[in-house]
Design a binder for this molecule. Structure first.
Ligand SMILES: [Zn+2]
Length: 250
């Protein structure tokens, strides 16, 4: 498929800040726009008043808008945490995928749009040597604060194209959901959990932190049940994903 990329420059960007030991672009972050129309989203992400942006916006018909040069730091991640990193804007490329979102009528992502996501993500990952395990959703890095791209986003399909991880096999666990083990594994994967060292209260509300993080995990890896509860199936999938991340990171 030939990707149609329309330049639509946004003034909302700055220089990337170097992060020790990491290439300057090491992650790819997926979002949904959460607005009723794509046109409206592109306008907002290009409006200096709002101070938000992304490198790309993908319309439901697969049209791609390029708002910020990949060499620059776009403003899409906000307050976040992933695997010891807090300034994901400096280390990532951000893609906004047009969808009204949970607030305005969340709906399935059309196949033309997902084809464009796969095509664009592949080229970005090639350009910057981004590993599959470093493709994230906004909800992964800001649990409780963000729920995009949400449980209708086809992460399993994307993983078949090397975009993001998806557990191939289930792991055998004891017959009960072990909260301490699950939280330790979520922390190893990269999620901000209450036991994460030096985690500030700006990242998570401690009172809701545990259910928020589990719900973020479910929105990505157990999309049929996003309730923040740790049942056996969720615990099993957490363990399976933790194994995949450990293998991917060597
Ligand atoms: Zn987002």
């Amino acid at each position: 498929m030939a990707l149609s990329i329309i330049p639509h420059p946004s003034p909302n960007f700055g220089p990337r800040k170097p992060v020790a030991g990491k290439p300057r672009v090491s992650h790819l972050v997926m979002h949904y726009t959460g607005m009723t129309s794509c046109e409206q989203a592109v306008q907002r992400l290009s409006d200096p008043k709002h101070e938000v942006s992304a490198h790309y916006v993908i319309d439901e018909d697969g049209t791609v808008y390029n708002l910020v040069d990949e060499r620059m730091r776009a403003w899409h991640a906000g307050v976040c945490f992933w695997h010891g990193l807090r300034d994901l804007n400096s280390t990532s490329v951000g893609i906004e995928i047009c969808n009204p979102g949970h607030e305005y009528g969340y709906r399935a992502f059309p196949s033309a749009q997902i084809d464009a996501v796969i095509e664009l993500a592949g080229t970005i990952m090639d350009r910057h040597s981004i590993a599959p395990c470093d493709v994230l959703g906004h909800s992964d890095i800001a649990p409780g604060r963000k729920t995009d791209p949400g449980e209708l986003f086809p992460w399993q399909q994307l993983s078949e194209h090397g975009i993001g991880l998806w557990p191939e096999d289930t792991v055998t666990l004891p017959g009960h959901a072990d909260m301490t083990g699950a939280l330790r594994r979520l922390s190893e994967i990269g999620y901000a959990v209450p036991m994460t060292p030096e985690l500030g209260s700006d990242i998570l509300n401690p009172a809701s932190a545990v259910t928020d993080v589990i719900a973020a995990f479910q929105g990505r890896y157990r999309q049929a049940q996003v309730d923040g509860g740790l049942d056996n199936e969720t615990a099993t999938r957490i363990a399976a994903v933790a194994v995949q991340f450990a293998e991917a990171r060597g």
